[in-house]
Design a protein around this ligand. Structure first.
Ligand code: BG6
Length: 496
C-alpha cells in the first residue's frame, strides 16, 4: 500500500445499488482505515454531473452508523473530497478513455509509482461486456492491477451465461473478474465453515447418518415494487435461488477443503455442485402474489399484487415464490432432501438455514413428550438475518418434580454476545477485492455448474407455461410448498 494508490470506479454510479450499497460500504471501509491512504473514487454514468453534484449525490447516501458523530462527519468530508465524476456511455470506448485521463490526473497527484484500479460494474446486464471491454481496453491500470467486479444476473440460463463469460474473457482474465454473490459476504454465511470445521460437536454429525433434511428459507415481506420490469425477466428462481440459496447449500454441504485458500474452497464447492441432480419439475412449486385491499400496515392501504405493477406484462406467469427440493448424490448426502424456499410479499422478512436431525433411535423418553410438541428430533437453526443467531433445539426436562420433557434452545444471539455491529456484506466483499482474496467470489466453473442444475427445469417451466399458484400478499405463500415438503416427510420450519 505504501507504494500504490487505489482508484475505485463505479460504473453505473447513479443507480440504486451504487447509492444503497456500494458508496456506503466504501465509506465504512474508508472510515475504518481499511482502504489505502491514497484512495479515490470515480463515478461513471450516463447522466451529466459535475464532481460537486456527484459529491452531493454520494453525501446523501453516507451514514454515520459507527461511534462518534463528529469524527464520522469529518471523515465524510475527507471521503467526499476524494470523489470524482466522469460522464459517459456504457458502451462507448471514448467515454472510458476520458475516464482514464481523469484517473491518471488524480493518480499523478498521489505521487505513487503504482496505481491499482478496481471497477464495479453496477449496470444492466445487456451492457456488461461492452463496459468490461471499455474499462479493460481503455482504462486499465498501466502500472498496477485492474480488477473488475460484476454482479448477477450472469445470464438467464447455461447458454446465455456461457456467452457472457466468453464476452468477458475477450477483455479480462479470470483472475481479474470478481463475480459477487452478496450472500457470501454475510456474517453468518462466512461463519458456516467455522461452525462446521472448527467445532468437534458439529462436523461428525454433518451427514446422512444424522441429518434428516436441510432447509434454506428466504422470505421478504415486500413485493417487487418498482423492480417489476427487471424481475419479470428473471423470476424468483434466477433472482435468489440459483445464486444466493444454492451458494449456501454448496458451503453447507461441501467436503472439508484442504485449506482456507480461495481455490481450495471453490474446488470443494464445484465438486458438491457437480454431485447435485438437475432440478426436476415435480420437485418445484411456484407461486405469485396477488393484491389485498385494505391490508397495508399504514392506514390499511391496498397491497398491490405482482400483476398490478405497471412495468409487469399483463398475464405474466413469472413466479415470485418457489419451493424446490435438491438432491446431492454423494456418499455424505445420499437421500437427504435439501429444501429451498424463497418468496416475495410474504408475512415476514428473514433468511434461515434449518438442519433437522434424525430421531434418537429407541428413544426411551418418547412417551414423556407433551401432546403438541414435535420433539425427539434436534434442530440446528442458523438465522442469517435479521437478528443474526444460531440455536440448537434440544429436548430438556421441565424443571420440577416429575419427569416431563419439552423442547428448548441453546442459543447464540449475535447482538447479545458481541458488542460490535456487523459489517454489511458489501464491505467485506469490496475489501476482499482490494486484497485480491477470491474466497467469497464465484469462479467460472462454479457458475457453469449452478446453471446446469437449474437450466433444464427453467426451460421446462417456460415451455409448458406452468402457472404459479396465487397467494395473498403478506401470507405464508402457496400451500403447494407444504405438499412438496410432505412428499419428503418434512415440515417446513417457521421463520422465527
Ligand atoms: C438480490 C435480489 O440479489 O437480493 C433481490 O435481486 C433481493 O430481489 C435481495 O431482494 C435480497 O438481499 P438481502 O441482502 O436484502 O437479503
Amino acid at each position: 500500500w505504501s507504494q500504490s494508490s487505489l482508484s475505485v470506479v463505479v460504473v453505473g454510479a447513479s443507480g440504486d445499488l451504487a447509492k444503497k450499497k456500494i458508496f456506503p460500504a466504501l465509506f465504512a471501509l474508508f472510515y475504518e482505515g481499511l482502504l489505502p491512504p491514497d484512495f479515490q473514487l470515480f463515478g461513471y454514468a450516463r447522466s451529466k454531473m459535475t464532481d460537486e453534484e456527484f459529491r452531493d449525490l454520494i453525501g446523501n447516501t453516507l451514514t454515520c452508523r459507527i461511534d462518534a458523530r463528529s469524527r464520522c462527519e469529518d471523515s465524510q468530508a475527507a471521503f467526499l473530497s476524494r470523489c470524482f465524476y466522469c460522464p459517459g456511455q456504457y458502451d462507448a470506448p471514448e467515454g472510458y478513455a476520458n475516464l482514464d485521463k481523469k484517473c491518471k490526473e488524480q493518480e499523478a497527484l498521489t505521487g505513487k509509482m503504482v496505481a491499482n484500479r478496481m471497477f464495479f460494474l453496477s449496470i444492466p446486464p445487456n451492457v456488461f461486456v461492452q463496459a468490461a471491454g471499455g474499462a479493460a481496453d481503455n482504462c486499465s491500470s498501466p502500472t498496477g492491477w485492474t480488477r473488475v467486479i460484476v454482479e448477477k444476473p450472469f445470464g438467464r440460463d447455461s447458454a446465455s451465461s456461457a456467452e457472457l463469460g466468453r464476452g468477458l474473457a475477450r477483455h479480462l482474465t479470470e483472475d481479474q473478474i470478481y463475480r459477487i454473490d452478496h450472500y457470501l459476504g454475510k456474517e453468518l454465511i462466512e461463519n458456516l465453515t467455522v461452525l462446521r470445521f472448527s467445532n468437534l460437536v458439529f462436523e461428525p454429525l454433518w451427514s446422512r447418518q444424522y441429518i434428516r433434511n436441510v432447509q434454506v428459507i428466504f422470505s421478504e415481506d415486500f413485493g417487487t415494487e418498482g423492480r417489476g420490469g427487471y424481475f419479470d425477466r428473471y423470476g424468483i428462481i434466477r433472482d435468489v435461488m440459483q445464486n444466493h440459496l444454492l451458494q449456501i447449500v454448496a458451503l453447507f454441504a461441501m467436503e472439508p477443503p484442504v485449506s482456507l485458500d480461495g481455490e481450495a474452497i471453490r474446488n470443494e464447492k464445484v465438486k458438491v455442485l457437480q454431485s447435485m441432480s438437475q432440478v426436476a419439475l415435480e420437485d418445484v412449486t411456484l407461486g405469485q402474489y396477488r393484491g389485498r385491499s385494505g391490508a397495508g400496515r399504514s392506514g390499511g392501504a391496498d397491497l398491490p399484487g405482482y400483476l398490478d405493477d405497471a412495468t409487469v406484462p399483463k398475464g405474466s406467469l413469472c413466479p415470485t415464490f418457489a419451493a424446490i427440493a435438491l438432491h446431492i448424490n454423494n456418499a455424505r448426502w445420499d437421500g437427504v432432501p435439501f429444501l429451498l424456499k424463497a418468496g416475495k410479499a410474504l408475512h415476514t422478512r428473514g433468511a434461515e438455514i434449518r438442519v433437522q436431525f434424525r430421531h434418537v433411535p429407541g428413544n426411551i423418553f418418547k412417551h414423556k413428550v407433551g401432546p403438541n410438541i414435535d420433539m425427539t428430533t434436534n434442530e440446528l437453526v442458523i438465522r442469517i438475518q435479521p437478528r443474526e443467531s444460531i440455536y440448537l433445539k434440544i429436548n430438556n426436562k421441565v424443571p420440577g418434580l416429575g419427569m416431563r420433557l419439552d423442547t428448548t434452545k441453546l442459543d447464540l444471539v449475535y447482538n447479545d454476545a458481541y458488542s460490535k455491529e456487523l459489517p454489511d456484506a458489501y464491505e467485506r466483499l469490496l475489501l476482499d477485492v482490494v486484497n485480491g482474496d477470491k474466497r467469497l467470489f464465484i469462479r467460472d466453473d462454479e457458475l457453469e455448474q449452478a446453471w446446469n442444475i437449474f437450466t433444464p427445469v427453467l426451460h421446462e417451466i417456460e415451455r409448458r407455461k406452468v402457472a404459479p399458484e396465487l397467494y395473498p400478499y403478506g401470507s405464508r405463500g402457496p400451500v403447494g410448498a407444504h405438499y412438496l415438503a410432505a412428499k419428503y416427510n418434512v415440515r417446513w420450519g417457521d421463520l422465527t
